[in-house]
Design a protein around this ligand. Structure first.
Ligand SMILES: Cc1cc2nc3c(=O)[nH]c(=O)nc-3n(C[C@H](O)[C@H](O)[C@H](O)COP(=O)(O)OP(=O)(O)OC[C@H]3O[C@@H](n4cnc5c(N)ncnc54)[C@H](O)[C@@H]3O)c2cc1C
Ligand SMILES: NC(=O)c1ccc[n+]([C@@H]2O[C@H](COP(=O)([O-])OP(=O)(O)OC[C@H]3O[C@@H](n4cnc5c(N)ncnc54)[C@H](O)[C@@H]3O)[C@@H](O)[C@H]2O)c1
Length: 449
């Protein structure tokens, strides 16, 4: 016998929880499904645990930078201790989420969801029938299609390691490689990044990434760009990674090989054909209201919709759009203006709005304030020489088109620029704002002058 709900939600991450909670509050019957512990990627396997661990790396880095400046003593990372601190955040999450659903009278199902028709879902032999179905299944590590792929550990495994191995190879050179390498190297591991592209962190301004590369060098992280990983094999002591590039083939030995080569919407298990849900090259085909173009009962949000950038605030934003469309009929559309993004290296690198290349391609008339600001007070006080910015300001309107920051407080100051871009606050209005001094934000006036 099928159980009937007005809404069935696949997933229990950020997008799923926001939609389920809002729609239930309007009186709909709602069920959520997940085959993993409840809570989603950000709280359990992504942003939050990563940031807790980076906190440890950041603390020892600060002490080391201050060593010849009146701070004494040796510091290091006790990995099991840091992991125990991290587990203090992650361990309670599934029970808290389950309690939330119980409190809201939202039914929960544990297992893998699979469509069995346009409005029906199977969860381990149980059939759910729904007026609407939300795909909020997130993303999963991209299949590389290389021999030995099964030996790769994903973010999920890395963030649960009881011990940190001596030698780590990261396959790919984006967010995950940058963040995990900074953490692991400070915790004492030898780290190699094998990146297919000509540079790492391709979503950030190249000049700022170049300034940050100094840090990778200091940490002894070996960054090999232009290298495509082609195979991983097991050896007596660990793994051997084979890669090739313009300079030829090379092999790298490691005790751990980590997947940092991109994530794609987690659609494979859903059997979308059975539900008549169109998709193309791993992406759902959605209309401007985040509804399937071929099955009007189905909506998607967050990483599995992959309309906006795959970041937590975007999942929350998509979810609000979908909830509004479910409850009041299609009228809301996502607006990704001014979504900030940070890679939590130490120091962090951040971006919001257009890059210089994008603004150029759009034919906009703009000026660029570009500075390596390692002589500024903020940089010297933090004993962190990597500090700089690039801000793009439109000539006639004075609108901030893009802001790119690297160095101390970049992860916080970028939010001021996000506010400016999203709400049309001009460069001169930012310059006329009194920010508390001395803080990262008090440098903004000089960045936009
Ligand atoms: C290592 C890492 C670090 C990150 N750091 C940041 C950061 O600092 N800042 C930031 O903004 N973003 C960060 N992100 C991205 C962020 O975590 C995601 O964008 C966000 O969590 C996506 O939320 P979601 O609700 O779309 O999906 P998810 O939170 O991924 O939820 C999807 C859920 O669906 C479940 N599911 C999948 N398929 C099925 C199925 N067939 N049946 C049942 N359940 C299913 C999954 O188990 C999962 O729990 C990071 C990601 C990673 C991997
Ligand atoms: N701080 C954050 O916001 C944060 C942190 C971690 C992850 N994330 C999210 O998770 C997603 C996935 O992160 P990611 O770092 O895996 O992906 P990414 O897309 O940032 O980078 C992947 C890189 O791997 C390279 N690559 C792909 N295949 C390769 C191969 N065979 N050999 C060598 N290099 C290869 C690609 O050229 C690409 O540059 C990101 O897109 C991001 O949205 C966000």
């Amino acid at each position: 016998m099928a159980q009937h709900y007005r809404l069935v939600v696949i997933g229990t991450g950020t997008a799923a929880r926001v939609v389920a909670t809002r729609v239930r509050a309007a009186g709909w019957s709602v069920a959520v499904i997940d085959f993993r512990p409840f809570g989603g990627t950000c709280t359990l396997r992504g942003c939050d645990p990563k940031k807790v661990l980076v906190g440890g790396a950041s603390a020892i880095d600060h002490v080391r930078r201050m060593r010849d400046k009146g701070v004494t003593g040796d510091v290091g990372i006790d990995w099991p201790g840091l992991m125990a601190f991290k587990r203090g955040f992650t361990d309670p999450v599934p029970a808290q989420h389950e309690a939330h659903y119980a409190d809201k009278d939202i039914d929960v199902f544990r297992g893998k969801a699979r469509f069995t028709g346009p409005n029906t879902i199977d969860v381990d032999g149980e059939t759910l029938e729904a007026g609407h179905i939300l795909i909020a299944a997130g993303a999963e590590a991209r299949k590389l299609g290389i021999p030995g792929e099964e030996y790769l550990v994903t973010n999920e495994g890395f963030l649960e390691l009881d011990d940190l191995p001596g030698r780590i190879v990261l396959v790919g050179g984006g967010y995950i490689a940058a963040e995990f390498s900074h953490l692991a190297a400070r915790a004492g591991s030898g780290v190699t990044i094998l990146q297919h592209g000509e540079r790492i962190l391709t979503r950030f301004e190249p000049e700022l990434v170049d300034w940050l590369m100094e840090k990778f060098g200091e940490l002894g992280i070996e960054v090999r760009t232009g290298m495509t990983v082609e195979a991983v094999e097991k050896t007596a002591t660990g793994f051997r990674v084979s890669a090739s590039g313009a300079a030829g083939k090379a092999t790298f030995d490691a005790n751990l090989v980590v997947h940092a080569a991109g994530r794609t919407p987690a659609l494979e298990a859903l059997d979308l054909e059975t539900a008549g849900v169109k998709h193309d090259r791993g992406r759902l085909e959605l209309n401007e209201h985040l509804q399937s173009v071929s099955n009007p009962a189905v909506y998607a949000a967050g990483d599995s919709a992959r309309v906006g950038p795959p970041l937590t605030p975007v999942s929350g934003h998509d979810a609000k759009v979908v909830a509004a469309n479910l409850l009041q009929g299609n009228h809301a559309r996502p607006d990704y203006t001014g979504v900030p993004s940070v890679a939590f290296t130490v120091p962090p690198i951040a971006a919001v709005g257009l890059t210089e290349a994008e603004a150029g391609r759009q034919g906009l008339a703009f000026r660029v304030n570009r500075r390596n600001a390692s002589g500024w007070f903020t940089s010297r006080q933090a004993a962190e020489p990597v500090y700089g910015h690039k801000v793009l300001i439109e000539e006639d309107s004075g609108r901030v088109l893009g802001a790119h920051l690297v160095g101390p407080h970049a992860d916080e100051v970028i939010n001021v620029f996000a506010l400016a871009i999203r709400h049309g606050i001009t460069a001169s209005q930012l310059a006329a704002t009194m920010f508390a001094y001395p803080t990262g934000a008090s440098d903004i006036a000089y960045m936009v002058e």
